[in-house]
Design a protein around this ligand. Structure first.
Ligand SMILES: *Cc1c(COP(=O)(O)O)cnc(C)c1O
Length: 411
């Protein structure tokens, strides 16, 4: 989305020709190999490579999510996976506790309301992680165990907050509370460390267009045996969202609830190969180092003027996305400038202010998820530095040096 402020842009040579760079927090950069894998004639959906690769693909998805349990695939985006997960375990009238640290937690809660759940939101604001002690108190107070599910977002993409999912499991266990732990890993899977089984997550939702590096359109619900048992106790589950046939299909079409998203599957197969060839631990380490380079630059810019990071504590920041602010309308001016002059697209400040509110133009985000490497991050940061200078936006010095040191191996 392009927001024009009507302000005169600084005169600069237009250097936007060349390969563009979409540095927003999803959809992410698509690897050439994934695009090439998708670029083929329509495949046979009844036999051959497409049907043969499915069992291995489900196993490889489990390896990314660090789970031995079940996975169901949907032809739909992250919102579809949100609804799918809820539709399998939540009845109208069930109590759901939503832990919000930004727009996405709120959004998942709204979806639960739409399905008739009785939704209680604990809102931790837009610049802090969820407070495990407060959650523990709330769970302990629910001695009748009315709360059927707790919805948490691992990385809230709107605020770049990363939440402690293992800590949430510990709080549930300490309160001896049977609620299902449901986690949204749409922004974090394949970027930030996530351990579904070790962290005791019952249900996890994700989508293919962020850390998984595939164009939007396929999403996943992972669930363990506890969650499967809850689903089996439901009087009815909508046929399309029912995860059971998708997780244990007898026919190829059951994986998808109908015709398969054929080209996406070839892209996903390729992306999973790339992830496992690099190694999931190495993928996490790459994201961690690239994030530290981004932070080093942003911390330097923040030493003067209005430039600011949404989260001051590094341990609460995601490795996939960074939320930033600049005196309005400078965030929009900067985004417009790098877009028009450099072919670099930065993310809008989602959920921090309403579009139309002047404050909207004071927020932006950097995506550094998926198929990104050192030169791309240095290019993105260099582009921002050029824009800050060209627009005469006051900012601290030394950002690129600081990022280069991290890219070069320093902590
Ligand atoms: C992107 C995102 C979503 C929504 O996914 P869509 O594919 O846009 O429906 C939900 N939650 C988080 C954390 C996200 O990053």
């Amino acid at each position: 989305m392009q927001i024009h402020t009507g302000l005169t842009m600084a005169k600069a040579p237009v250097l936007a020709q060349g390969r563009s760079y979409l540095a927003i927090p999803g959809p992410s950069v698509i690897p050439d190999a994934v695009l090439a894998a998708m670029h083929r004639a329509a495949p046979n959906i009844y036999a051959g490579p497409l049907t043969e690769m499915m069992p291995g693909m489900m196993d490889d998805l489990r390896r990314v999510a660090r789970t031995r349990h079940h996975v169901a695939m949907y032809t739909g985006n992250g919102h579809a996976a949100w609804e799918a997960a809820l539709a399998n375990v939540i009845r109208p009238g069930d109590a759901v506790l939503v832990l919000a640290t930004g727009r996405f937690g709120i959004g998942w809660g709204e979806m639960a309301s739409g399905l008739g759940a009785e939704v209680e939101v604990m809102d931790f604001g837009r610049a802090a992680p969820m407070d495990i002690d407060r959650i523990a108190e709330r769970l302990t107070a629910d001695s009748a165990h009315r709360i059927k599910a707790v919805l948490a977002v691992h990385v809230d993409t709107s605020t770049s907050v990363r939440n402690d999912i293992a800590g949430l499991r510990a709080a549930l266990d300490a309160a001896d509370h049977p609620a299902l732990l449901m986690a949204d890993c749409i922004a974090s899977l394949g970027c930030d460390r996530f351990e579904m089984d070790d962290w005791g997550v019952d249900i996890m939702v994700t989508a293919c267009q962020k850390g998984l590096m595939v164009p939007p359109g396929v999403s996943f619900v992972f669930f363990n045996d506890r969650a499967a048992k809850v689903r089996d106790g439901m009087e009815r589950v909508s046929r399309y969202w029912d995860w059971q046939p998708r997780a244990e299909p007898e026919e190829f079409y059951q994986y998808h609830g109908g015709t398969a998203p054929t080209q996406h599957l070839f892209g996903l197969r390729c992306a999973l190969d790339m992830i496992h060839e690099e190694g999931i631990e190495a993928v996490w380490q790459r994201h961690a180092r690239l994030a530290r380079a981004v932070w080093a630059a942003c911390e330097a810019w923040s030493t003067a003027g209005s430039f600011g990071m949404n989260l001051s504590a590094r341990e609460h920041r995601s490795h996939a996305v960074t939320a930033l602010r600049l005196e309005p309308p400078n965030a929009t001016r900067l985004r417009d400038w790098v877009q028009e002059n450099l072919g670099l697209t930065l993310g809008i400040g989602l959920g921090m202010a309403a579009p139309g509110d002047p404050a909207w133009h004071g927020f932006f985000r950097l995506g550094h998820m998926g198929h990104v490497n050192g030169h791309m991050i240095m290019g993105m940061l260099g582009g921002i530095e050029a824009g800050l200078n060209a627009l005469a936006i006051d900012h601290g010095q030394g950002a690129l040096d600081a990022a280069a040191r991290v890219i070069g191996g320093a902590d």
